[in-house]
Ligand binder design. Structure first.
Ligand code: MG
Length: 339
């Protein structure tokens, strides 16, 4: 089987072969192996559910690929509700002519990432569509993943729960994924720039296990930190202050973004989260994140404060030279097909 053809989506013999050769090898587990129309799994009392479609170009980039991304994106969204991710579904839309070797590599990466994130892929679907791209455009694929997580009865997080005095903690360097995608598209060589594609299970679990009073949690994806923190201030009615000097950014990404005129505050990430915690817990919380996988560069970057006009919270950046600037959310497109 060299390339995907429309017959692989027919539901007949070719589809069975594709499932056997590409998907079942990598994704087998006690639920999926039953090969029923839907998987029946043990459940929890409170569930977190989410879905996301992944269209990133290029399909493989420094630090990750669309397969790893499709697992991390959904796992992280479940984690951000305070839930423990358990099950994923995976839907594939393949373009006719897609190289099967490339597909296998991507599916393998999904399986590895699911293992790392402690989730099982329990249902899947494949469709094949005509390749509509130009001659220079290789056939690609789109992946949709949906996920289910279990939520502990006591856990309750959300941006509306942010309180005056909360500390704002960022789990690590920003801009890495965005810079890695741009680097590939512009064919710029820079070994130091890699996507941060990662599942954030460990840091989230340890925050809750250690009794940290977490109020809000969000992964810093498309739209960047500026957009997420605007959502925080809007939902909570609190002003969110962030201190420019405290924002963790690698030298490579700082130089790269300066060169291309990109604002770090709006650059996308795929392995970073921002949280607010009660002031009393801030030092313990940042220490926990720093000791967790993918959290070494975590920093307390700011705090929440009640605004002069009640309920009208803004995001305010305190600059290196002592000034203050109101930061709005990202308007317009940003970088397309980044996730
Ligand atoms: Mg999210």
């Amino acid at each position: 089987m060299n390339n995907i053809t429309l017959s692989h989506g027919s539901g007949g013999d070719a589809t069975s072969k594709l499932i056997e050769e590409v998907f079942r090898n990598e994704f087998h587990n006690e639920y999926l192996d039953r090969m029923e129309d839907s998987s029946v799994v043990p459940g929890g009392k409170r569930l977190a559910l989410t879905t996301d479609s992944f269209v990133v170009q290029p399909l493989i980039y420094d630090g990750g690929d669309i397969g790893r991304l499709s697992v991390c994106g959904t796992v992280n969204d479940i984690l951000m509700s305070g839930a423990e991710p358990k099950y994923l579904t995976a839907g594939f839309v393949l373009e006719e002519g897609l190289d099967t070797g490339l597909l296998k590599r991507i599916v393998h990466s999904m399986a590895e990432t699911a293992e790392e994130a402690g989730v099982r892929i329990v249902a899947g679907d494949t469709k094949v569509i005509e390749h509509k791209g130009g001659k220079d455009d290789n056939p690609g694929l789109i992946i949709n993943t949906a996920g289910v997580g279990f939520l502990n009865e006591k856990v309750n997080v959300g941006a509306s729960l942010i309180k005056e005095g909360d500390a704002v903690i960022l789990s690590g360097n920003i801009g890495d994924h965005h810079a890695a995608i741009m680097k590939e598209r512009l064919s710029i060589r820079n070994e130091k720039i890699k996507s941060d594609n990662a599942p954030l299970n460990e840091m989230v679990r340890r925050l809750f296990d250690n009794g940290i009073e977490v109020h809000a949690l969000r992964d810093v994806t498309r739209g960047g930190l500026g957009t997420v923190l605007n959502e925080f201030s809007k939902e909570s009615g609190q002003d969110i202050f962030i201190i420019e000097e405290k924002l963790p950014v690698s030298d490579a990404v700082r130089d790269f973004s300066a060169l291309l005129g990109l604002d770090i505050l709006y650059m996308g990430n795929e392995g970073k989260m921002v949280c607010t915690v009660a002031a009393k817990d801030k030092d313990k919380a940042v220490d926990i994140i720093r000791r967790s996988k993918y959290g070494e560069e975590a920093e307390i970057i700011g705090y929440a404060e009640s605004p002069v006009t009640a309920g009208e919270g803004k995001l305010i950046l305190k600059t290196g030279i002592g000034g203050e600037r109101i930061v709005g959310p990202l308007y317009g497109e940003g970088l397309p097909r980044i996730c």
